[in-house]
Design a protein around this ligand. Sequence first.
Ligand code: FDA
Length: 398
Amino acid sequence: MHRFDVVIIGAGAAGLFCAGLAGQLGLKVLVLDHAKKVAEKIRISGGGRCNFTNRDAGPANFLSRNPNFCRSALARYTPQDFVALVQRHRIPFHEKHKGQLFCDDSSEDIIRMLLRECEQGGVTRWQPCAVAGVRQAGDRFELDTAAGPVRAARLVVATGGLSIPQIGASDFGYRLARQFGHAVVETRPALVPLTFDAATWAPFAPLAGVSLEVGIACGQGRGRGAFVEDLLFTHRGLSGPATLQVSSYWTPGQPVEIDLSPRRALAEVLRAAKAAGSRRLLRNELAAALPARLAEAWLEAVPQLAARPVAEARDRDLETLAQRLHRWQLVPGGTEGYRKAEVTAGGVDTRELSSQSMESRRVPGLHFIGEVVDVTGWLGGYNFQWAWASAAACARAL
Ligand code: FDA
């Protein structure tokens, strides 16, 4: 029987960070992972450059059934704390936009940094190593692993979410939570492209590749998300940052509301053109404010209007067209699923976890950190910040 103070299941962002911190606090730590390669999600993140945090991350950037749960951890381990660590390891980085910090060179820099921190903490890592079962034996946890039985006083579950199953994602953390009597908030793909049935999408499918800045919103009340970001048309539906952001708030049957010109009132643009006596066709006038292919696709529905010079159009028609472009409502048929989702929304119900230590209120010594918990960040470095912050809260309490 191998003996450790702490066993961490999952050598991803949260698991490795927690392992390094706990090791450096003097604990004997084992981190194990069933995947062959370490921290594969960090490697592929941010297009290979890992958007490792967001300067402005705060509780408002996260979704959870219990929105206050993330406050304490985020306040006690901030983006500035992680930036200080990155600087200490001399990793070059830059801000892309909206506070998003990326490595200049490669995500590998962040993985190497986490592994070095683990080394400094004398952490043992077994990988690949599957866990067949976990049970409580008195005040200890016993694990049956591919490398033999292991016993520890503390067990940290850092197995992440369900997205990208081909690189090691599994439902192990949720199953373990249920085994120990925890509720799991229903999981769903988030930060994911939205799809439409073929008939609804037929008029827009030829726009695949068109991209523009939009206002986008979905949901009601506290469950409403609203963003101004870039939208991308695809053959099957909508993608791009705007869609990914709003997808986390979307539930089947709900419409997504899109403002195709969030910074310019189109009614004013068209009225001004008419007042100036413009002989340009409406199609050409609109193409000055929207991508030409998109303007054409919209005007196909109003051919008489489209064929006339703006100067001859009725005010009312211009107004109606502008309003529709500002308030386009579409009901997606679904999403691209976990295969394409960046994260999993839902997860281990936070109402049975301590927000200070991420420890189970049901089973002393059992902790859940990172994406497996029902805390889901926006696109833009927030999910990694949650991984670091929840890992730090846990490590300090071990
Ligand atoms: P993570 O998924 O990192 O680690 C979980 C680990 O547990 C994995 O190594 C897995 O193999 C292991 N595991 C699972 N089941 C197991 C089992 N049964 N036994 C043993 N081990 C098991 N976020 C962000 O903030 N900025 C970004 O740039 C990006 N970019 C990005 C791109 C893409 C393509 C994806 C899919 C995701 C992102 N993300 C992101 C999200 C981010 O990667 C994610 O939220 C964090 O990696 C979550 O960290 P965790 O440690 O919780 O899980």
